[in-house]
Ligand binder design. Structure first.
Ligand SMILES: Nc1ncnc2[nH]cnc12
Ligand SMILES: [Zn+2]
Length: 336
């Protein structure tokens, strides 16, 4: 089997995916029309032509602007359903999805509409496509912790639909320790904890996220390469890094995919896997990320299999569910 076939056939989980980052230019225009919103672009091509980013902030400015078209429960349902169809195509069998409630509630969209739209699509995804999922509420770190605490209060009636909390948005100058209180509350409530750290920010932010926020999994984390000591610690403790190769290149963390440290991290024993982050903006969904890595870094079959296994191992599935998928991965890997 070629690497390309293996990538298509192998079951995998996606653990780093912002649902708002799946809003394709075409859907921006469809929703703008449905919701009577005037956009500052003539058409979807003109909007897509702006997707030329110099860093994280240049992307976030456009990303938050585009989310304005998401207004109703139906919009959130349609957005999530479209993503699940991509999962089905790419053999993503389980996904753990981020959503940013503050970017919607700040515009007057009720929290209930956001979460119910997403949740109903996830339920339909399991029924109709056999894809399992979990939901992770992300706090926006460019806003004060007070705002995150208000969002945490708003989330209380919906905690049964949420598996974890995360931390995203502008990383530089917004270290994890600013969010110690809200993460402590989420931990107390028994939720899983994740945080973007070491995407653009320094390796110390990864350390803070582990030591102060007590996170279970690191999002991005690629700047861990700056600290041998931290790499050893994270490998020893089996803390996973949800790496996003196309995102890192499109946001200029690396100037080209050939420079990406994914395989070095994997060979060093870190639990890394491939994710798409904001696929509508960065050039592709799960398998496009795998193919880009395959082309630039020339991984072995064993490395591709390990990346898929790590996606399952680092997920918040039960041990039994994990074992079922690991066995399926082995059987696909052994079939020629
Ligand atoms: N790559 C990313 N980093 C931080 N915040 C984000 N929000 C959406 N995508 C993000
Ligand atoms: Zn992200």
């Amino acid at each position: 089997m070629s690497n390309s076939e293996l990538i298509k056939k192998i079951p995998k989980a996606e653990l780093h995916l912002h649902i708002e980052g799946t809003l394709e230019p075409k859907m921006v225009f469809q929703l703008a029309e449905r919701n009577n919103i005037k956009l500052p672009y003539a058409n979807a091509q003109e909007l897509a032509a702006k997707y030329n980013f110099s860093d994280l902030q240049s992307f976030l400015d456009l990303y938050y602007q585009a989310t304005d078209v998401l207004q109703t429960e139906q919009d959130f349902f349609d957005l999530t359903w479209a993503y699940l169809e991509h999962c089905a195509e790419d053999n993503v069998v389980h996904c753990e999805i981020f959503f940013d409630p503050q970017s919607h509630t700040s515009r007057g969209v009720p929290f209930a509409d956001v979460i119910q739209g997403i949740h109903k699509a996830l339920v339909a995804g399991e029924e109709k496509l056999g894809i399992t999922s979990q939901l992770i509420l992300c706090f926006l770190r460019h806003l004060p912790e007070e705002d995150a605490l208000k969002t945490w209060d708003e989330a209380q009636p919906w905690l049964s639909l949420i598996s974890g909390v995360g931390l995203d948005s502008s990383e530089r100058d917004f270290p994890p320790n600013l969010f110690a209180n809200v993460f402590a509350k989420a931990k107390e409530a028994g939720l899983k904890l994740v945080a973007h750290a070491g995407e653009e920010g320094p390796a110390q932010y990864i350390e803070q996220a582990l030591d102060i926020l007590k996170i279970d999994r690191i999002d991005h984390g690629v700047r861990i390469t700056e600290s041998d000591e931290l790499m050893d610690r994270v490998a020893k403790d089996n803390i996973a890094l949800t790496v996003c190769p196309l995102s890192n290149v499109r946001l200029c963390v690396y100037s080209q995919m050939q420079e990406h440290p994914l395989l070095e991290l994997l060979d060093r024993g870190l639990r890394v896997m491939i994710n798409s982050d904001d696929p509508a903006y960065f050039g592709g969904y799960m398998n496009q990320n795998f193919h880009a890595v395959d082309e630039a870094l020339n991984p072995s079959k064993e490395q591709i299999i390990l990346l898929a296994k790590n996606s399952i191992l680092a997920s918040f599935l039960t041990d039994q569910e994990k074992q079922t998928w690991l066995d399926k991965i082995d059987s696909v890997a052994q079939s020629n």
